[in-house]
Design a protein around this ligand. Structure first.
Ligand code: BGC
Length: 351
């Protein structure tokens, strides 16, 4: 679906654009009546990204109530095409957006968007799919909101190490070695590379001897992960003692494969995910997943919106926690059986 606008949030139209220089910011000391924020996501069907957008929409409503400024949010789906996303940014600029938030399809290809934004003097907040530092440095009005990828890998490794050390039955063949497989996100995505590296090194640093049996790229996707896990199960069967999944959707794909294989749950490998999506949390609560690592969608959505708001009204950025004037990175948190209920309670966006 090219250039498809998927939904519009907010109430008022963007009435004030003519009064600003371009449409990049507000007038110091004079709040506009409304602002317009354009967002483009790489794939609207990505579970984590769609829940992040739900939070963004819910928070826009709360912020609107709090400030009295109408906040129009337009969200587009790039449907995995960088070319489509570039056209969407052009459309949003033509439409008079004050700020554009971009979840890049290809994080190595931000050039067209940066050039367009700079030409129109409209700030860009990249999120979730991190561009390299040199690209972010190309113009002073470029920002990034995300999380500390290495932290999620460390926490996942710690959850797995605790399982191995506290539950002797996790070592199914009793050889003192944790035989594992990895389900990895997209090749080239900063979170995929870093999560795998840190979760395995953390296991080792925590004194767990590991052996890699298999590895497969499943592009963050549940169905692809199910297929890959089915293949690994036919190759290694019950030799697999641990599944490290770069995100919850892929952990759930592994669970789908295990269910389809007919293996009793008490003979499943330990499965650990990352994200704490609604479905991921439910799987931790049911005991199908040993744990996950909460990727703070709420914190990221609020940070993005607060930054977009301040940029739109020409407000102060000093209270927003920007590192190097450009980055906001939210921390992760471990979610095991003992923490999961708190996260389930807080996981629906408050409107
Ligand atoms: C999330 C994944 C998601 C990906 C999309 C990651 O941070 O953990 O679930 O698919 O971002 O870019």
């Amino acid at each position: 679906m090219k250039r498809k606008k998927i939904f519009t949030l907010g109430t008022a139209a963007c009435l004030f654009l003519g009064s600003f220089s371009g449409c990049s910011g507000g007038i110091q000391g004079k709040e506009p009546k409304s602002i317009k924020i354009g967002v483009t996501v790489y794939d609207q069907y990505d579970t984590f990204v769609s829940q992040l957008m739900e939070e963004f929409g819910a928070y826009a409503g709360r912020k609107e109530d709090e400030t009295g400024v109408a906040i129009n949010v337009e969200i587009y789906n790039a449907a995995d095409s960088q070319t489509t996303q570039n056209s969407q940014v052009e459309e949003m600029l033509d439409d008079g957006c004050n700020v554009i938030c971009v979840n890049l399809v290809d994080r190595t290809e931000p050039t067209t968007i940066i050039d367009l934004a700079e030409k129109n003097q409209v700030p860009v907040i990249f999120f979730n799919r991190e561009l390299v530092e040199e690209d972010l440095e190309r113009w002073e009005q470029l920002y990034y909101v995300g999380a500390k990828a290495f932290e999620s890998g460390i926490m996942q490794g710690e959850i797995a190490a605790d399982m191995f050390q506290a539950h002797p039955e996790a070592d199914k063949n009793g050889d003192g070695i944790f035989q594992y497989t990895v389900l990895e996100g997209e090749a080239g995505h900063q979170d995929a590379i870093v999560r795998t590296e840190y979760s395995v090194s953390t296991l080792v640093e925590n004194g767990v001897e590991v052996e890699k049996l298999g590895y497969a790229i499943a592009n963050w996707n549940r169905a692809q992960a199910q297929t890959k896990m089915t293949q690994m199960l036919s190759e290694y069967g019950e030799e697999i003692e641990l599944v490290l999944a770069n995100n919850d959707d892929m952990a759930l794909g592994a669970i789908d494969a295990l269910k389809a294989s007919g293996l009793e749950q008490d003979r499943w490998p330990v499965i650990v995910g990352i994200d704490g999506t609604d479905v991921g949390l439910a799987a931790v609560a049911s005991g199908e997943m040993a744990g996950t690592v909460y990727n703070d969608k709420k914190g990221q959505a609020e940070a993005m919106l607060n930054l977009a708001y301040q940029l739109s009204v020409g407000g102060d950025l000093t209270e927003l926690g920007l590192e190097e004037g450009k980055y906001i990175r939210l921390p992760y948190a471990k979610v095991r059986a003992e923490e999961v209920e708190d996260y389930i309670e807080n996981s629906r966006p408050s409107t």
